[in-house]
Design a protein around this ligand. Structure first.
Ligand SMILES: Cc1cc2nc3c(=O)[nH]c(=O)nc-3n(C[C@H](O)[C@H](O)[C@H](O)COP(=O)(O)O)c2cc1C
Length: 360
C-alpha cells in the first residue's frame, strides 16, 4: 500500500492518497471572494485525491491580511462556486476549510474596529499586520455565554454556503491557535462556565460545530483539523494527551469523514517534527478509527512509509503543493521538484501562484 493507492473517504472514492493541505495564499479580491485566478490555481492541483481549500473565514469578525478569503456573503459563495466547478471539471474533489481567527483577528479591520473575540481576555503572543503596520495582538473580548450559539451559527451558515458553492464537504479548522483551538487549550481558555475548565467543556465548541455541520451536510462530509503540538502565538495546554485523546474519541463517536492531524509545531511557515517519543499521532489514531490524514514535512518516501505502516491513511502536502501543481505525476515519475518561492507564499498575484512549471 502506498500514496498512489485509492482510498474511500465518506461517500467519495479518492483516486490516490495525496491531500493538498490547506494553504492561505491571500489572493482573494477586496470583497474577500476568490477570483478566476484562484480557480485556476486549484484546478492545476486537482490530481490530488483531495484538495482542502485555504482557511476561509466564517465571520466578518474573523479578518486578517488583505486577500484572505471568506464565505459569509453571496459574492464570496459565487467566487467559491467558480473554484469548485473548475476542480470538478478536472476530476478532483474539494473540501472547504472553515475557520474563525478569534483572538488573532486584526482589530484595525474588524467591523467598527470591534475587539476580536476569544474564550478569554488573553492576548495571543506576537504581532498582527494591521492597516498601519505590525502591532501586538490585541487583548480580545471574552465571548459571553449567550454569544456562543451565534459562533456555531456562523459556522453552520458557512457550511451551507460551501454546499451552495458546490464544495464536496468541509474541514473544520480546529488547529493552529485559531478560535476553536483557543477554546480547546487551557492556556487560552480560563472560562469557568460550560466552555472552560474540564476537557469536556473546552472541547464543547468544537463538538457543537461538528454536530451542527453534520446536521447540514451529513457527518461523512465533515472533517476536522487538529494540531496538538502547535505552540505558536503562545497557545499551550497542560495535558495535550488528555485534551486531544478526548477530542479524537468524541470525533470517533460522531463518525466524521476524517481527522487531519498536523504532527509538528508551526513556528513559522514550515513544520518542525515533534519529538517522536512525545508524538500524539498514536493517541489520536487509537481514539479515532476513521480515516486519518497526517501532515508536516512529508516527502514521497516518508508518505509511503507512514501509509505502509498503517499509522495513517492519507498524507497532506503543503509547501510541496505550492511549488508543484502536478505533485502526483512528479512523484510517480521520480521527476525533480520545483523549489518553493517563499516571497510569494502570501502575496504576488499570479507570480509564485499559477506559474510554477508543470511536466510536459
Ligand atoms: C503559505 C502557507 C499557508 C498556510 N495556510 C494554512 C491554512 O489556511 N490552514 C491550515 O490549516 N494550515 C495552513 N498552513 C499549514 C499547512 O497546511 C501545513 O500544515 C504546513 O505547510 C506543513 O506541511 P508541509 O510540511 O507539507 O508544508 C499554511 C502553510 C503555508 C506554508
Amino acid at each position: 500500500m502506498d500514496v498512489f493507492a485509492p482510498f474511500r473517504v465518506g461517500p467519495f472514492n479518492l483516486r490516490n492518497r495525496f491531500v493538498m493541505a490547506p494553504l492561505a495564499r491571500a489572493r482573494s479580491d477586496a470583497s474577500r471572494a476568490p477570483t478566476a485566478m484562484v480557480a485556476d490555481y486549484y484546478a492545476q492541483r486537482a490530481t490530488a485525491g483531495l484538495i482542502v481549500t485555504e482557511a476561509t473565514s466564517v465571520s466578518p469578525m474573523s479578518v486578517s491580511r488583505p486577500g484572505a478569503s471568506a464565505i459569509f456573503s453571496d459574492g464570496q459563495v459565487e467566487g467559491w462556486r467558480g473554484v469548485a466547478e473548475r476542480v470538478h471539471a478536472a476530476g478532483g474533489l474539494i473540501f472547504q476549510q472553515l475557520y474563525h481567527l478569534g483572538r488573532k483577528s486584526d482589530p484595525s479591520r474588524t467591523p467598527g474596529g470591534a475587539l476580536p473575540v476569544a474564550p478569554s481576555a488573553i492576548a495571543a503572543r506576537g504581532e498582527v499586520h494591521g492597516v498601519n503596520g505590525p502591532v501586538p495582538f490585541a487583548v480580545p473580548r471574552a465571548l459571553g455565554l449567550d454569544e456562543i450559539p451565534g459562533v456555531v451559527a456562523e459556522f453552520r451558515a458557512a457550511a451551507e454556503n460551501a454546499r451552495r458553492a458546490g464544495m464536496d464537504g468541509v474541514e473544520i479548522h480546529g488547529a493552529n491557535a485559531y478560535l476553536i483551538d483557543q477554546f480547546l487549550r487551557g492556556g487560552s481558555n480560563t472560562r469557568t462556565d460550560n466552555y472552560g475548565g474540564a476537557v469536556e467543556n473546552r472541547a464543547r465548541l468544537l463538538l457543537e460545530i461538528v454536530d451542527a455541520l453534520a446536521a447540514v451536510l451529513g457527518r461523512d462530509r465533515v472533517g476536522v483539523r487538529l494540531s496538538p503540538h502547535a505552540h505558536g502565538d503562545g497557545i499551550f495546554d497542560a495535558d495535550p494527551v488528555a485534551t486531544f485523546g478526548y477530542a479524537a474519541g468524541e470525533l470517533n463517536r460522531r463518525g466524521i469523514a476524517y481527522v487531519h492531524l498536523i504532527e509538528g509545531s508551526t513556528p513559522g511557515l514550515r513544520q518542525t517534527p515533534a519529538d517522536p517519543s512525545k508524538a500524539l499521532m498514536p493517541v489520536v489514531r487509537a481514539a479515532f478509527r476513521g480515516p486519518l490524514i497526517v501532515n508536516g514535512g512529508y516527502d514521497l518516501a516518508s508518505a509511503n512509509a507512514v501509509i505502509a505502516s498503517g499509522a495513517a491513511d492519507l498524507v497532506a502536502f503543503g509547501a510541496l503543493y505550492i511549488a508543484n501543481p502536478d505533485l502526483v505525476a512528479r512523484f510517480r515519475r521520480g521527476a525533480p521538484l520545483n523549489p518553493p518561492d517563499l516571497a510569494t507564499f502570501h502575496e504576488g498575484g499570479a507570480k509564485g501562484y499559477i506559474d510554477y512549471p508543470m511536466l510536459a
